[in-house]
Ligand binder design. Structure first.
Ligand SMILES: Nc1ncnc2c1ncn2[C@@H]1O[C@H](COP(=O)(O)OP(=O)(O)OP(=O)(O)O)[C@@H](O)[C@H]1O
Length: 309
């Protein structure tokens, strides 16, 4: 194993207001992985990212970025990071090219570069390079934020809620770019409310709520371990209550008595379905259709957050 590119150890944050946004968070991020940080509003995602990027000071704990302490060796640590924030706070009167080039120069890189051209082309911004920021649509401004974050060729890219309020074209461009960056070895950490995206994109997932990192696991393992499967039977006759004869199965009635639902562990050796079907027939319960479903990362997430409350 190589050293993690990012090491967060015992990081807590209590704001002046008295709100504790993070409780002793430990997290190692591997080189080149795509990590999704999932959590409801107010979970502490932005606070954590802001601390790593040196925008917010932690109350306790240490952060090491590629071996550089984020507090004592701030410049070296920060130069390895690109941050795409949720909102744009950039000079409205500058052109796209000037803004992105300026961001690059801030990190001591030469201004004019084939890299910037490629970046702007990847983000469909090249044709707009001489347009002032204030003349861009909201979606285009988001693209500029991404270009700025990537302007100095960082090793780690943070995307804070990257697709909130973004149209399909930008989403597509963004995920294409994420794949390209990853192929180049860039580590990507994203926070998202769009769980399907974490499911599609991430190698590992961290679930945070109330400032605590509840779990971190490989996405596949998480879905295997915590995933549920469901069998949904459409009943020929509506049913008011689950008969006693069927009490050994975890059954619920749905759709005003028209459906019977059986939920079981996706990994269970014995699903219990054959016995259930026999018992249904023995109890004279007929069904007209049967559907099966596997839980999504979203179901797992909702269950987890509910459990820990
Ligand atoms: N500057 C601040 N001063 C005081 N409290 C803050 C500050 N920033 C955030 N908080 C509080 O810290 C907690 C965590 O907020 P944070 O923005 O990190 O959550 P988040 O997971 O990013 O939420 P969201 O998904 O809504 O962006 C919240 O209770 C929030 O109100």
């Amino acid at each position: 194993m190589t050293d993690p590119i990012l090491r967060i150890a015992g990081v807590s944050k209590t704001y002046k207001s008295g709100t504790t946004a993070l409780h002793s968070v430990d997290l190692d991020i591997d080189r080149g992985e795509i990590f999704a940080l999932l959590g409801p509003n107010g979970a502490g995602k932005t606070t954590l990212i802001s601390i790593v990027c040196g925008i917010v000071t932690p109350s306790t704990g240490t952060i090491s970025v590629d071996g550089h302490d984020a507090l004592t060796d701030y410049k070296a640590a920060r130069s390895r990071i690109g941050l795409v924030p949720q909102e744009l706070s950039t000079d409205q009167f500058e052109t796209v090219l000037a803004t992105v080039t300026f961001s690059r120069r801030l990190f001591g890189r030469s201004g004019h570069s084939a890299y910037i051209e490629e970046l702007l082309r990847d983000l469909s911004l090249w044709d707009k390079r001489d347009t002032k920021i204030m003349g861009l649509s909201g979606g285009m401004k988001r693209r500029v934020l991404i270009a700025k974050a990537l302007s100095h060729e960082p090793d780690i890219l943070f995307l804070d809620e990257p697709t909130a309020g973004v149209d399909v074209a930008l989403r597509r461009d963004m995920w294409k770019l994420v794949h390209k960056l990853r192929a180049r070895g860039v580590t990507i950490i994203l926070t998202t409310h769009y769980i399907e995206e974490a499911q599609e994109m991430a190698d590992r997932v961290g679930v945070i709520t109330g400032g605590k990192l509840l779990l971190v696991d490989r996405k596949d393992a998480l879905m295997k371990k915590l995933g549920k499967r469901e069998v949904d039977l459409k009943l020929a006759e509506p049913m008011a209550a689950v008969p006693d004869a069927l009490s050994r199965w975890n059954l619920t009635i749905a759709d005003d008595g028209r459906r019977l639902r059986y939920v079981f562990d996706a990994e269970a050796e014995e699903t219990g379905i054959p016995a259930l079907l026999t018992a249904l027939s023995g109890a004279g319960i007929a069904f007209t259709d049967l559907e099966t479903r596997k839980s999504s990362l979203e179901d797992i997430f909702v269950d987890l957050v509910r459990e820990k409350k």
